[in-house]
Design a protein around this ligand. Structure first.
Ligand SMILES: C[S@@+](CC[C@H](N)C(=O)[O-])C[C@H]1O[C@@H](n2cnc3c(N)ncnc32)[C@H](O)[C@@H]1O
Length: 188
């Protein structure tokens, strides 16, 4: 409930929040089903919001692994910094296209997984291109870019763009979310 209030407040002021409620536990589990937590030493999350994915990831990640959060909205960044107290986590108030610099500042080069809830539908072509290009470079070979979007997205909004960068792209739907989700698994 507190999370939903935070989303509503921030949604009014920031169109990039793009949701008035956090992803449901069903949605979170469905996206994270694509993660092998025994191998995921470094995970990056774009757009954690109030941290519904973050908390699930931390519950399942090994003790020696690392989670880097990149959240553009200042209010969500403050909430995350206040509520997530885990030595495996680093939080950046930044935008996803700067992922390579973020990794460098953490003395890391490439991630095993990047999980993203940022609204690709609202991004201009240049920014979409930059985020996909840098995300591809930020992943290890075999690494996965896991994206969840609203189900209203057609292939030309994201799937065809992912296919230009990633050799393998699968999509599926999760209806137990408001609104239902379209989930993408892009493998480098
Ligand atoms: C649809 S919400 C998802 C929030 C949360 N992960 C969830 O599942 O409920 C999108 C989130 O992406 C953030 N965001 C939007 N554009 C971003 C960008 N370019 N870089 C990083 N975060 C971004 C928003 O501030 C918001 O927190």
């Amino acid at each position: 409930m507190t999370d939903t209030l935070a989303y509503m407040r921030n949604f009014i002021r920031d169109k990039n929040v793009a949701s008035i409620t956090p992803t449901s536990p069903f949605g979170v589990k469905r996206v994270c089903r694509n993660i092998d937590f025994d191998c995921g030493d470094l995970i990056v999350e774009y757009g954690p919001g109030t941290g519904v994915f973050t908390n699930y990831l931390l519950k399942n990640m090994k003790s020696g692994s690392r989670l880097i959060l990149i959240e553009r909205n200042k209010n969500f960044d403050s909430i995350l910094k206040r509520t997530i107290q885990d030595p495996r986590v680093v939080i950046f108030n930044d935008s996803a296209e700067n992922v390579l610099e973020t990794l460098r500042s953490c003395q890391e080069s490439q991630a095993d997984y990047i999980v993203s809830g940022i609204p690709f539908l609202l991004l201009n072509c240049l920014l979409k291109e930059k985020i996909l290009y840098n995300t591809h470079r930020a992943l290890k070979k075999g690494g996965k870019f896991l994206v969840y979007q609203t189900c209203f997205q057609a292939d030309h909004h994201l799937k065809v763009h992912l296919e230009r960068f990633f050799p393998s792209v699968h999509t599926k739907f999760e209806v137990r979310n408001i609104p239902p989700l379209r989930i993408y698994e892009a493998i480098k």
